[in-house]
Design a protein around this ligand. Structure first.
Ligand code: 6AU
Length: 259
């Protein structure tokens, strides 16, 4: 059972090298925290990465919201990620025909495939998206978190869509690192559950985002990795906030795997 196994014990079940790396980082740094660096200024992103770096397993970006984006952002970002041992994760949510995804993934200003080991993709468009990410130029080791559920109120995903998403994930074991979901959908110990919509003391925003507490998402909703954005980025002390989330999440994980 995935939920009762330690991250270390799950390593042999992974079929994707980024998933293996992620589990090793999570075990050694004792963190399941992924910070969503949803900031629009390059310097702010670098400062945040530096401050939360010691406490996270991955830094999730929306690179297309950066007002002053220049490829010069990527070198220091990679340097910070290497030094603090976390993975760069571009939340591009690919959803188009394969050929377009291939270009969006590897070309243009962002050249995502050259720096982000992890990306997100919607299952909506089917296999073409995954074949495109698999075959495009870029980093040798790459992994995809496939979106199976969303935290947005009123989203159109239904039970049948979730089932078909799980089936698609099982067809690409060497590419899929895990699922983005709000509930435990799989018992496969080789797949990681990434859960966004996490904040302490806040239930929603004014645009349909829905939050659960760190304890609830780990103990009741099955999260392995928790994505926290504004709960940390809007704090006066992001490093302190990140450490707090990290500790609460890790304690909840220890309680979950306790026999
Ligand atoms: O903590 P927040 O609400 O400030 O930020 C949540 C982050 C954002 C969203 O784009 C992302 O998590 N997200 C995702 C993904 C794939 O990460 C899926 C989802 O269902 N809900 C969600 O908020 O960067």
């Amino acid at each position: 059972d995935r939920l009762k196994l330690s991250f270390e014990k799950r390593i042999p079940f992974t079929k994707n090298l980024v998933a293996t790396e992620l589990l090793k980082i999570m075990s050694s740094k004792q963190t399941t925290l992924c910070v969503a660096a949803d900031l629009t200024n390059s310097t702010d992103i670098l400062n945040l990465a530096e401050q939360v770096g010691p406490h996270i397993c991955a830094l999730k970006t929306h690179i297309d919201i950066v007002d002053d984006f220049h490829e010069n952002l990527l070198k220091p970002l990679k340097e910070i990620a290497d030094r603090h041992n976390f993975i760069l994760f571009e939340d591009r949510k690919f959803a188009d025909i394969g050929k377009t995804v291939e270009l969006q993934y590897s070309k243009g200003v962002y050249k995502i495939s050259s720096w982000a080991k992890l990306v997100t993709a919607h299952s909506l468009c089917g296999k073409g998206v995954l074949d495109a990410i698999k075959g495009a130029e870029g980093l040798e080791n790459r992994g995809v978190f496939l979106l199976a559920e969303l935290s947005a109120a009123g989203n159109l995903i239904d039970e049948a869509y979730v089932k078909k998403t799980l089936k698609l994930a099982e067809e690409y074991p060497e590419l899929i690192v895990g699922l983005v979901s709000q509930n435990p959908l799989t018992n496969n110990p080789g797949l990681l559950q990434l859960t966004p919509g996490v904040q302490i003391d806040t239930k929603s925003d004014n645009l349909g985002q829905q939050y659960n507490s760190p304890e609830i998402i780990v103990l009741e909703k099955g999260a392995d990795i928790a994505v926290v954005g504004r709960g940390i980025t809007q704090s006066n002390q992001p490093a302190v906030a990140a450490l707090n989330y990290k500790n609460i999440l890790w304690q909840a994980y220890l309680n979950r795997i306790k026999q």
